[in-house]
Design a protein around this ligand. Structure first.
Ligand code: UT7
Length: 371
């Protein structure tokens, strides 16, 4: 085995958007119907509503039922995003799906989603755990900047309950299932510069799209969130099933400690690369893992709690879908406006961390002026 060494660990950000910028022209989300409250969990787990609310901020979550797979939820979110965008599947150049819970080991769930949507676009999964949607946005921006793709569907979807030991109170209370998606479109190269001063929050001039990003890892945390079996290192067998090795195992306290530090550092690097301060951020969309993690990050970074999205009370930790679900709800509610700087930051198994600073810009469904 040879080991490849990366170059500079955290290089300065080069150009991250095509000259016409990138607009989010559609968005959508989907969650299972089945609602599971904290009280429901107390029927079979040694836990309480008070403990879960106080330690995590979660009140209820959605759990997938029969037939509701990651791909199934992703297709629903993607269809909603395409409808909103007024984009036909055959107009897509790429489909990126962030997930840790694919429908099958082979093929990729992105390929199955693309087939269900009816597009021949290149499709692939991204496994960066709960940070996956931010990784997906960054990869999409790279494809668009390189001129490989002009219209890209980026989704985050997970059915974490498929790997959850529902008898393990340390993990069972935290996770929920869901999917979220956005349609990205490269702008006309003639459209550059300031998109206007219409944003509700602070606006820093520039074309819409990725302003700065940071993708990083914490190798010391690689063993903290693991599904031990089912891969090439330990293929599935009667033994692995009997030992419960297909379930998620987590050292929650240590993940918490490392996540706060990693997310803080990643946000600071991203804002520094953009030349922005926390006050410039109009909307902060953190990964929804634990309300106390978000509070700690806000206290350390100086980001404004009033401009921070929270869905954790209703959905729990939905892994790669938590950021696009929250973003979709904000876009539906009109909480984000053209020119606004949206900061998204996620962390998860690996440990992976990813932060993207995105200047919002969108189009009317008919493809007219900025709204
Ligand atoms: O997307 C990334 C994925 N993961 C995460 O982000 C997880 C990050 N970690 C966390 O969110 C928190 O560490 C947890 C919510 C998992 C746990 O909160 P905590 O404040 O770190 O609790 P703890 O693990 O230190 O446990 C405190 C006590 C323990 O009892 P003792 O040893 O003090 O008697 C646990 O056994 O709480 C007990 N406990 C529970 N009690 C009631 C653990 N889980 C539960 C539960 N209900 N569900």
């Amino acid at each position: 085995m040879s080991v490849l060494t990366a170059g500079a660990a955290h290089p300065a950000t080069p150009a991250l958007a095509p000259s016409g910028g990138v607009r989010v022209i559609g968005w959508g989300a989907a969650v299972p119907e089945h609602r599971v409250t904290n009280h429901d969990l107390t029927r079979h787990l040694d836990t309480s509503d008070e403990w879960i609310v106080e330690r995590s901020g979660i009140r209820e979550r959605r759990w997938a039922g029969p037939g509701e797979s990651t791909g199934h939820l992703a297709v629903a979110a993607c269809r909603a995003a395409l409808d909103r965008a007024g984009t036909r599947p055959d107009q897509l150049d790429a489909v990126l799906l962030a997930t840790t819970t694919p429908d099958h080991p082979v093929p990729s769930t992105a390929a199955e989603v693309a087939a269900a949507l009816g597009t021949t676009a290149g499709a692939f999964d991204i496994n960066a755990a709960c940070a996956g949607f931010v990784y997906g946005l960054t990869v999409a921006a790279g494809l668009m900047t390189a001129g490989v793709a002009r219209t890209v569907l980026v989704a985050g979807a997970d059915v974490i309950t498929s790997i959850l030991d529902k008898g393990d109170r340390q993990t069972a209370v935290l996770f929920g299932d869901g999917a979220g998606a956005v349609v990205l479109a490269a702008g006309d190269p003639a459209e550059t510069g300031d998109p206007g001063e219409t944003g509700a929050g602070p606006t820093v001039a520039g074309p819409p799209g990725l302003v700065a990003c940071d993708l990083a890892g914490d190798p010391g945390g690689v063993d903290l969130l693991v599904v031990p079996a089912g891969g090439s290192a330990r293929p599935a067998s009667a033994e692995t099933v009997a030992a419960g090795e297909h379930h998620l195992r987590m050292d929650g306290r240590e993940v918490f400690r490392r996540a706060v530090r990693a997310v803080e550092a990643s946000i600071e690097r991203t804002l520094a690369r953009a030349g922005c301060s926390p006050e410039d951020v109009a909307l902060f969309v953190p990964h929804q893992a634990n309300a106390r993690i978000v509070e700690a990050v806000l206290a350390r970074t100086g980001l404004d709690p009033a401009r921070t999205l929270s869905t954790i009370d209703r959905y729990g930790n939905t892994s790669a879908s938590s950021i696009p679900i929250a973003l979709s709800e904000a876009a539906d509610a009109g909480t984000v406006a053209p020119g606004d700087l949206v900061l998204m930051s996620g962390f998860g198994a690996g440990l992976t961390v990813g932060t993207a600073l995105w200047r919002w810009g969108t189009l009317t469904p008919a493809g007219g002026d900025d709204v």
